[in-house]
Structure formats: structure tokens, C-alpha cells
Write a protein that binds this ligand. Sequence first.
Ligand SMILES: [Zn+2]
Length: 159
Amino acid sequence: MLHVSHAPSDYCCPFCAIAAGSAAAFTAWRGARVLVHISNRWYAHSPGHALVIPQAHYENVYALPDDLAGDVARTAGRVAAAMRRGYPCDGVTIRQNNEPAGGQDVWHLHTHVIPCQAGHRPQGAFPLVDDGKRARYAALLRDSLAALAPAADSTSAAP
Ligand SMILES: [Zn+2]
């Protein structure tokens, strides 16, 4: 295990706050150990950009236990399928950034699941998004995930 941290000692983790239930209107799914949350920023042609977040705090992929990494990866795959089915998108990009050099800027591991439209790469401006739009996409993704077959993994037992 590699131990590398960029979080300040007094870091107030926004994703631990989400795991504790804040901003629940933007959470599309909550399993036993991971949740799916609509990002507060998205690219211009990628509405409904989602994050798969472990509910326990691990800063980066170097620290993530293997079994939890499996839950995160399976959930990201399910979110991608739900987006392709329920969003107006033509494909999906999955990204996971580590350390500032790797593009990370929140010090709690998260995997981006980014809906894509033909001809528009998910890059460039990454502006804050209106809360009403976020809530609408959270509902859309919630419904689309619910329409998939149940997850056959440890994240399927929602509390
Ligand atoms: Zn955290």
C-alpha cells in the first residue's frame, strides 16, 4: 500500500459530508458501501455527470482496499449503463484522478462517470451547475438505475 496524502490536516471533507447525508437531493443511489452523486460541475455537453464515492474516507486509489475498489468499479459500470439507457448520450467516459498531477482536487477518492455526446469530448470548461438541473438528473439516474437488474454485489443491500 502506498501512503500519499495532499489533504490539509484540518480538511473538512465534502464527500464525507455527502456520505453522512448532506445534499441528498443529488444522490441518485446509495448502497451499503458506495453511493452515486450528481457532480456540482459538468462539461457543457455532459449533463448529469455523476461521481461514484465510497462512503468511508480513502484519499486516493493507492489507499483503497481491493474489495471496495471492486464495488466502486462495478457501480461505475452500472451507472454507465444507466446513463446510456436513460440519458440523452451517445457514450460514457469513466475517469479516476489521483493527486494534483493526476487532476484530483477533492481529497476523497471518487470515480467520474461522464455521459458524452457524439463530437464533444469531455474536456475544457467545467462550470458549476444549477441545483435544479442537478436534482432533475439525480431523479433521472435514480429511475434508470432502478430499471437495471439488481446489482449482484456487496453494494446491493441499500440501508
Ligand atoms: Zn472524505
